[in-house]
Design a protein around this ligand. Structure first.
Ligand code: PLP
Length: 282
């Protein structure tokens, strides 16, 4: 496997960052994950726009412009000979002697881009069966709308899910489900409308969430952006999650409580198909 690291393409085993990189010492970095399917980038505009927003919110310099980033991403995918890929892009505030305050102006940001094989069939199989989730306290900081590499609470939640044999964790703050450890959470209400937590400082505004909203509009399915409780989710006819790597994935159990019939529901299925068709159009 080949990675791009600060201007060079290197084998992943030889790809290194400095021990005084601020990403390593302070989690002072941001990232994006997107997919390439049959050589096409899905939702790339959205991911690059969110990258810019994360940089802006943290007063971090962009390592290069969008056109150059696209070239490097394509090159990483090409050098890894991938048709379907998961592309990871990380920008940190660069290298400086350890000090909490920002390094001097002009310190170049670090940029790392990697790609690995993206298994579409695995996602489809999970969507066919549906996935189970657990609930887990949302102990994250107050700016989770910024896609930073500070993911320890997310990692702990995912590990708890994994140990419970579940796919994801519904994060719960004050009784309400905010989102999941690496995806956005949704339910379908009794009227067939989609319900998902509104954007703000307590969730990451998913790019797939945004595209799913557009798909729902096309399908004339109503979307209500409001918080929902864990109890409401457990009693909902359907639940599902969205992310760049899982698209739309039906949730069939929460904390062992069966959702709807215990099988993927019709609304989530339709939305997944619509999302895939839309993304394939580019
Ligand atoms: N929420 C969190 C905490 C995430 O880490 C992610 C993606 O990694 C998402 C939501 C989904 O965002 P996207 O649809 O842009 O992948």
């Amino acid at each position: 496997r080949i990675a791009y690291v600060n201007g060079q393409y290197v084998p992943v085993s030889k790809a290194m960052v400095h021990i005084e990189d601020r990403g390593y010492q302070f989690a002072d970095g941001i990232y994006e994950v997107c997919t390439v399917v049959n050589g096409r980038y899905w939702d790339m505009e959205g991911h690059l726009a969110r990258l810019d927003r994360s940089l802006r919110e943290l007063q971090m310099d962009a390592p290069m412009d969008h056109a150059a980033l696209r070239v490097v991403m394509k090159e990483v995918v090409r050098r890894n000979r991938l048709k379907n890929a998961l592309v990871y892009m990380q920008v940190t505030r660069g290298v400086a002697p350890r000090n909490h305050a920002f390094p001097p102006e002009g310190t170049p940001p670090s940029l790392v881009i990697t790609a690995r094989r993206f298994n579409l069939n695995r996602g489809d199989a999970l969507a066919e069966s549906g996935v189970s989730v657990i609930s887990h306290p949302d102990i994250r900081w107050g700016r989770v709308d910024i896609k930073t590499v500070g993911l320890l609470p997310n990692a702990l939640a995912k590990q708890a899910a994994s140990e419970a044999g579940a796919y994801e964790a519904f994060l719960v703050r004050d009784g309400y489900v905010t989102e999941c450890s690496s995806s956005n959470a949704w339910i379908v209400d009794e009227s067939g409308a989609l319900v998902t937590h509104p954007k703000g400082n307590t969730i990451l505004g998913g790019i797939t969430r945004q595209t799913a909203i557009a798909c729902a509009e096309e399908l004339q399915i109503k979307v209500i952006e409001r918080p929902f409780t864990l109890e409401e989710a457990k009693a909902a006819p359907e639940a599902f999650l969205t992310s760049a790597t899982s698209f739309v994935t039906p949730v069939t159990a929460i904390d062992g409580v069966r959702i709807g019939s215990g099988k993927p529901g019709p609304v989530a299925r339709r939305l997944r198909e619509a999302y895939k068709a839309r993304a394939a159009r580019g």
